[in-house]
Design a protein around this ligand. Structure first.
Ligand code: HEC
Ligand code: HEC
Length: 219
């Protein structure tokens, strides 16, 4: 190998490693190929509700393969949901029946769908107020997520985001990101003033107020 070829090989290898590192945030570690393959097999038990490729089914189970949602969610969001489930919905708690290794493998498989670089989440303290959040919830969110945030079981098209099981695994930064960016491939559009595709012009403080309202009323 000439010195020039060696340099090119070195740069190419180094370059792709740097790219892979760029795609995932520290809390979005991708699994190795064996874990992804194992997770793919195990996902057969999820596909009936979440779709073969995690595309979800409206009113049945949320989409798991949305690019901007995968860019926002940490691995823990998936693994903890898998373990604890969503009480009162068809999402069972697999924690008792599934070894941690399988939970990790399925998480790796879901992570393998990520195509957009991990978003920097804003975990700074919430501004706004519960009272302001309640008004916006009633005006905008309740149509699709249900008055009490039960989602599908209240005949909404959106996820049951009022549930403690959802809020306990969702950081403020994750919730802010979804409200600002929307969830690609679903009816959840952006609600931020910063976005050209926004359906409403909510300020950062208004978005924070909704999170305050959801947390104050988690059930
Ligand atoms: C019988 C249908 C059903 C099966 C099977 C099922 N789920 Fe779910 N899943 C749901 C429902 C319903 C929800 C959301 C309920 C809610 O919060 O409104 C959900 C929520 C989730 C969420 C949270 C998504 C979000 O954005 O809030 C994840 C992650 C998830 N499921 C992963 C899995 C995995 C992995 C499997 C297979 C091991 C699985 N599910 C099997 C119905 C199912
Ligand atoms: C037009 C209907 C609609 C409106 C209005 C709406 N949503 Fe959504 N929302 C959805 C749908 C659909 C999903 C994704 C469900 C799925 O993946 O199948 C979603 C998902 C979400 C999620 C992510 C949950 C998950 O799946 O992990 C959050 C957070 C959320 N919405 C918050 C809000 C808030 C806050 C408002 C009010 C400002 C709002 N939504 C208004 C339809 C809506």
């Amino acid at each position: 190998m000439s010195r020039v070829t060696a340099l090119v090989v070195l740069l190419t290898t180094f370059g792709s490693a740097a790219f892979a590192a760029d795609l995932h945030r520290a809390d979005q570690a991708p699994g190795d190929a064996a874990a992804v393959e194992k997770g793919k097999q195990l996902f057969a038990m999820c596909a009936g509700c979440h779709g073969a490729d995690g595309e979800g089914k409206v009113g049945v189970a949320p989409r798991l393969n949305s690019p901007n949602y995968l860019a926002a969610a940490p691995n823990e969001f998936f693994s903890e949901t898998l373990k604890t489930g969503r009480t009162g919905t068809n999402m069972a708690a697999f924690g008792a029946s599934m070894p941690d290794e399988d939970v990790a493998a399925i998480t790796s498989y879901i992570r393998s769908w990520q195509t957009e670089a991990g978003l920097d989440l804003d975990e700074s303290p919430l501004t706004g107020s519960v009272a302001d959040g309640e008004k916006i919830w009633i005006d905008i969110c309740k149509t699709c997520h249900g008055a009490g945030g039960a989602g599908y079981s209240e005949a909404g098209s959106g996820t049951g985001i009022g549930r403690a099981d959802f809020l306990n695994v969702s950081s403020d930064g994750f919730l802010r990101a979804i409200m600002k960016e929307g969830k690609d491939g679903t009816k959840m559009r952006s609600f931020s003033t910063d976005s050209p595709i926004a359906v409403a012009d909510l300020t950062d403080e208004e978005i924070d107020s909704i999170i305050q309202y959801l947390r104050a009323n988690a059930w």
